[in-house]
Design a protein. Structure first.
Length: 249
């Protein structure tokens, strides 16, 4: 039986304020929940329907489990088409970025990306291309927003997402800084270093003027058609793909 207090707690976690207050976030969907169970994250409890029970697999005795009716599950689900599995996972402690961890590889920097779907896709893309750290401005959408978590399809369980003052951070590092800008050098003519930061900007305004002043190399994806701009998640994928292509040849 699902109590009113449980429903209130779970639904409140759609709000960043209450995620921080309770130290919990929602993971929903069979694949995503299984990814977090297998990760270093601490899964506090799982709610599931009878139909989904066998698909989740063995649940550790350290994780509280609750079987719900379909009607009860509908009350806590954040999805239009629920899969019958939802987990409450403890928020990780914010880890300090060690510059040594950013050496000899590329890492993504996000300047006020707002759309949850975009951030989720970027996290998923980062894992595909072996990128381990995503460094976000304070104004970037919360990585533990349920829509972001859902869009990562479990990749969030293995990617380090940091929220810091970007200007202070970039100013303090000697890593090469590449920025996605409309007036930059073609991405296909850019000579990429063996390490660096890839800065991607806000959906509507691009990279802020404050951060542009810190960019070493402005890079653009050449436009052939008439579209005004590229979606930031798509642009990030193209950047990651081209860097990987050059470094693999």
């Amino acid at each position: 039986m699902l109590s009113k207090a449980q429903i209130s707690l779970i639904t409140s976690l759609q709000n960043k304020k209450y995620r921080k207050q309770h130290g919990l976030f929602i993971v929903e969907g069979i694949k995503s929940v299984k990814e977090f169970i297998s990760s270093s994250y601490q899964v506090e409890s799982i709610f599931y329907t009878d139909d989904a029970n066998t698909k989740v697999g063995k649940i550790s005795h350290n994780i509280k489990s609750h079987e719900l009716t379909e009607a009860e599950f509908q009350k806590i689900s954040t999805l239009k088409s629920p899969q019958g599995v939802l987990a409450l996972v403890k928020l990780p402690k914010q880890q300090q970025i060690e510059i040594s961890d950013l050496r000899n590889c590329y890492n993504i920097v996000l300047d006020d990306v707002q759309d949850p779907g975009n951030l989720g896709t970027i996290i998923r893309t980062a894992e595909w291309f072996g990128i381990k750290h995503i460094i976000c401005s304070i104004g970037t959408v919360d990585a533990y927003n349920p829509k972001v978590v859902q869009a990562t399809m479990g990749s969030l369980a293995r990617i380090q997402v940091h929220y810091i003052d970007l200007h202070e951070f970039i100013s303090s590092t000697d890593l090469p800084v590449y920025g996605a800008l409309l007036n930059g050098q073609s991405i296909y003519q850019t000579e990429w270093s063996t390490e660096g930061l890839i800065v991607m900007g806000n959906e509507g305004n691009g990279i802020s003027e404050e951060i542009i002043t810190l960019i070493d190399q402005a890079v653009t994806i050449p436009r052939i058609g008439q579209a005004e701009s590229l979606n930031v998640a798509v642009a990030t994928t193209i950047f990651c793909s081209e860097i990987a292509r050059q470094q693999l040849v």
